[in-house]
Design a binder for this molecule. Sequence first.
Ligand code: LP5
Ligand code: MN
Length: 252
Amino acid sequence: MLTFISDLHLSPAVPGITALFEAFLASLPKRQINSLYILGDFFDHWVGDDDCRDPYNARIIAALRQAADQGIELNLLHGNRDFLLGQDFATAAGLRLLPDPYVLSVVTWQFVLSHGDALCTDDQDYQAFRAQVRGHAWQADFLAKPLAERKAIAAALRQRSEAIKAEKRDEANYLMDVNAATVEDFLRDNGYATLIHGHTHRPERHDHIVDGIHCERWVLSDWHQDHTRAWGDCLVWDGDTLQRESLELPLA
Ligand code: LP5
Ligand code: MN
């Protein structure tokens, strides 16, 4: 059995979500789930693998490693907040970094996995930003900065991003969602497979008819916490059907 999650945005600021994730990971062997696919924005932000030593990050890496050692196959695609997760992190956590998009063929079905940010082509400011920060030279330049400076830049960008989103939500909500024509091209380019993505924080199952072919698009939720509980969702493939499951942890 396979399971898919996205947009946990893990950080020390969300201990409830962290506990929910740890409980979720620990529950996989009992549920006969042997592969986990994390579809990006696993961390709230990631500024380079030299930050693996940070105590919070080390705790998450240890939890992943424990699951890997129990035989869970761990896979991760980058999100827009943690695209700097690299091979040192992957090796320490015992997981495989996958390209975005990633076509996942199982015995009876074909999925295509993506974080989803590349599909939001109406958000031209973001796409310009994305093109810049996904470049190799730009990343090498950023990673050469001291860790503290990178953390300060990431914090400023996060603040700015939240402000921009609040502004755009008021004036043009659609900007923050996927573009329908981009999704159709994407499905065509990826063999009309069942698309699973996150990023938009709009959990839903959509039907698309592309070239007369029925395609499904499943959007994962981001994870949340308040004072009483942490919650999120996952998708589970049992070899026959894909189902959304709610995850919840009461907080003392
Ligand atoms: O993440 P979310 O859901 O809030 O919003 C995204 C888009 N925002 C981002 C920015 C991330 O939140 C912050 C990333 C921090 C970690 C990265 C570490 C290393 C990177 C350092 C880069 C300098 O991705 C948001 C979208 C939204 O999704 C919906 O799709 O709208 O897009 C933006 O906020 C981007 C702005 O539109 C454009 C900002 C341009 C800023 C340019 C500053 C360059 C500074 C360079 C410094 C070296
Ligand atoms: Mn995202």
